[in-house]
Design a protein around this ligand. Structure first.
Ligand code: B1M
Length: 211
């Protein structure tokens, strides 16, 4: 089995120590950080997304695989920075004001990392002003808003409005998701996209960057 295959299988099976050891061995063997990330980590997470969407993997399997991917990625990050590998884009992700649910948001963040994005996690209970500040402070390509409560859905709209009021709306794409959120709601509030799950969120983000 090649070193890339070892990493790929470790992520797919959610084996964090094996993923880390695989990345370490591949670096020592002289494989480039980009090759390890694209073929090993991102390749495996793309397959995890496919397995989730076809109903073969469920949230726990996806979470465990994402954690294995992150343990390998942690080791790779300094090498990626050194070799000047460009991230697929930068995403500021957070759960909106008043909402403390973070499991889905974390999964979305991990799938985005698995797809090669640089993720700035703003946490939970994030006010519209904090989202605005994050876009102002960094070069953010996409703002990703999660809401799990019907009572906090209006804060998704409030965040879109705050970005408009700050003159930033044209600079960023806005994607939204979470159990009560729908495609129709995304259209109604002027978001750029909606995705029903973390795997679809990673695909949507890639499509947004390609526009
Ligand atoms: Co709460 N809760 N909760 N809760 N909780 C729900 C959401 C609820 C549906 C339960 C119920 O009543 N059946 C209900 C909401 C009802 C409604 O508004 N319609 C509810 C309630 C009412 C509450 C409280 C108000 C309860 C109370 O105190 N009376 C309270 C609110 C606290 C607050 O936020 N201010 C509360 C508290 C909590 C806990 C703290 C106990 C805990 C959260 C722990 C945590 O997140 N760290 C909790 C939990 C665990 C749940 C349930 C059981 C599970 C949520 C979850 O993590 N799912 C939930 C019921 C349920 O969903 N079955 C419930 C797993 C996760 C992977 O899925 O988050 O949907 P999910 O994310 C998915 C997709 O939605 C999507 O991708 C993810 C992965 O595929 N997605 C995105 C999510 N964000 C996305 C963003 C995107 C794209 C996709 O783009 C940016």
């Amino acid at each position: 089995m090649s070193q890339i295959e070892t990493i790929y299988n470790a992520v797919l099976e959610g084996e964090a120590p094996a993923a880390k050891a695989g990345v370490e061995a591949a670096l020592q063997a002289g494989l480039t950080a980009d090759q390890i990330m694209q073929q090993g980590l991102i390749g495996a997470m793309t397959e995890v997304g496919r397995l989730f969407e076809s109903g073969e993997y469920f949230v726990p399997e996806m979470l465990i695989a994402a954690r294995a991917m992150q343990s390998g990625l942690g080791l790779l990050k300094p090498h990626l920075a050194q070799s000047g590998v460009q991230a697929a884009g930068r995403v500021a992700v957070g759960t909106v004001k008043g909402d403390l649910h973070d499991i889905g948001k974390n999964l979305v963040g991990m799938m985005l990392e698995g797809a090669g994005f640089e993720v700035k996690d703003l946490g939970t209970d994030v006010t519209p002003e904090e989202f605005v500040a994050a876009v102002q402070a960094d070069h953010v390509d996409i703002v990703a808003l999660s809401a799990l409560l019907t009572t906090t859905m209006p804060n998704v709209q409030a965040t879109v409005e705050a970005l408009k009021a700050a003159g930033l709306r044209d600079r960023v794409k806005v994607m939204i998701g979470g159990a009560p959120v729908t495609e129709a709601y995304a259209k109604q509030i002027g978001a750029d996209g909606y995705s029903p799950d973390a795997s679809a969120a990673a695909r949507l983000a890639k499509a947004m960057m390609a526009e």
